[in-house]
Design a protein around this ligand. Structure first.
Ligand code: SF4
Length: 298
C-alpha cells in the first residue's frame, strides 16, 4: 500500500512528534505520529486493523497511478454531464500587498500571463462554448487587477464568443480590493463581471498588520472606501483570515461596515478562514473560497 496522492500533512506545534493529516478525497482529518507517517511512506509493516482504517479513510491506496486515473475519470464524467464550464485563470502572481502569510510570495517575479497564453485561453474557451457550454471564469492572482488591460481583453473576446455561440459568459474576480474602484467596476460590469471575492482580516489594526501594502502602509482604509463605493452595484463575497489570537475581533469588523453605511445583508457571502501552518511551521493564509463559494486557495 502507498499514501494517496491526495494527502497533505501539517505540523502540530503543540505536540512534538505528531502531525495533522488531511486526506482530501474523503475529507478525513486525523492526528498521528511522525513515526507512523514515515512508516506509511516507506511501505513499512503495519497492523491489519491500522491498515484497513487508513485505507477506508483514503490515506492509503493500492496504486497511486490508478487513483490518479480514477480522479481524471471522475472529472471527465462531471464535465461530460455538465453544460457549464468553470475555469480559474491566474493573470499574475504579482501583488501590491505584502501579506506575511501569502503562500504565493515564492512565485512572484516573472509569473504573469503573456499574450500567447491569453490567446490560447480565449481559443480553448471559445471552442468549448461552441460546443454549447456556458462559461464562468474566475480571474485570480496575486492581484488580478494589476493586469486590468489583459483581463479586459480576455473578457471582451470571451463575451463576443459567447454571443456568437448562443451561450452565456460571466466572470468573477479574486481581488485584495485595493484597486477595485467604482470606475473599474463600471467598466467591467458590461463585460460580464458577476461578483468579486475580497478580503478584510478584521478591524483596521489587525487587517493592516496582516495585509499591508508593499510600502508597509495599511490597506484597510483603501479597501473599505472601495467596498463603500461599489457595494450597491456589485455582489461582494467577503473573506478574511484569522489566527488563534484575533478571531474574536471579526464582529468589530462587521460593526464597522454597518457604521460606514454598508449593509452586511448586501454581501453575497461572508466567510472567514484560519491562517494555517505550512509544512515548515510558517503561516499561510488567504485560503478563501471563490465567488461561487467553492474551496480554492487564493
Ligand atoms: S495574500 Fe493575496 S493580497 Fe496578500 S500578498 Fe498574497 S496575493 Fe497579495
Amino acid at each position: 500500500m502507498q499514501p494517496s496522492c491526495y494527502v497533505t500533512t501539517f505540523p502540530c506545534p503543540d505536540k512534538p512528534g505528531r502531525l495533522l493529516l488531511l486526506a482530501t478525497r474523503r475529507c478525513a482529518v486525523m492526528e498521528l505520529s511522525d513515526e507512523l507517517w514515515q512508516r506509511m511512506r516507506d511501505g513499512g509493516e503495519m497492523e491489519e486493523e491500522e491498515r484497513e482504517t487508513l485505507q477506508r479513510l483514503g490515506v492509503l491506496v493500492h496504486d497511486r497511478e490508478a487513483e490518479k486515473e480514477e480522479m481524471r475519470e471522475t472529472f471527465d464524467r462531471i464535465n461530460r454531464e455538465s453544460r457549464h464550464l468553470s475555469v480559474v485563470a491566474a493573470l499574475t502572481m504579482e501583488c501590491n500587498l505584502a501579506c506575511p502569510y501569502c503562500f504565493k510570495a515564492p512565485f512572484r517575479g516573472e509569473q504573469t500571463m503573456d499574450d500567447a497564453i491569453a490567446d490560447l485561453l480565449i481559443r480553448r474557451m471559445s471552442e468549448r462554448m461552441s460546443q454549447g457550454l456556458d462559461l464562468t471564469v474566475d480571474f485570480y492572482g496575486g492581484e488580478a487587477l494589476l493586469q486590468l488591460t489583459l483581463l479586459k481583453r480576455i473578457a471582451t473576446a470571451l463575451q463576443r464568443a459567447a454571443l456568437e455561440h448562443g451561450v452565456t459568459f460571466q466572470f468573477n474576480i479574486f481581488s485584495n480590493g485595493t484597486l477595485l474602484t467604482r470606475p473599474v467596476v463600471e467598466e467591467l460590469l458590461p463585460l460580464g463581471l458577476a461578483a468579486v471575492r475580497l478580503t478584510l482580516d478584521g478591524p483596521p489594526d489587525i487587517h493592516d498588520s496582516q495585509r499591508p501594502f508593499v510600502s508597509g502602509r495599511g490597506s484597510f482604509a483603501a479597501i473599505m472606501e472601495n467596498i463603500h463605493a461599489i457595494h450597491d452595484i456589485l455582489p461582494i463575497d467577503l473573506g478574511g483570515n484569522f489566527t488563534r489570537e484575533n478571531y474574536r475581533r471579526f464582529p468589530e469588523l462587521l460593526d464597522l461596515l454597518i457604521a460606514r453605511g454598508i449593509d452586511p445583508a448586501r454581501f453575497k457571502a461572508v466567510g472567514f478562514s484560519p491562517v494555517v501552518p505550512r509544512a515548515d511551521g510558517s503561516l499561510a493564509g488567504d485560503l478563501g473560497g471563490t465567488p461561487r463559494g467553492q474551496a480554492l486557495n487564493h
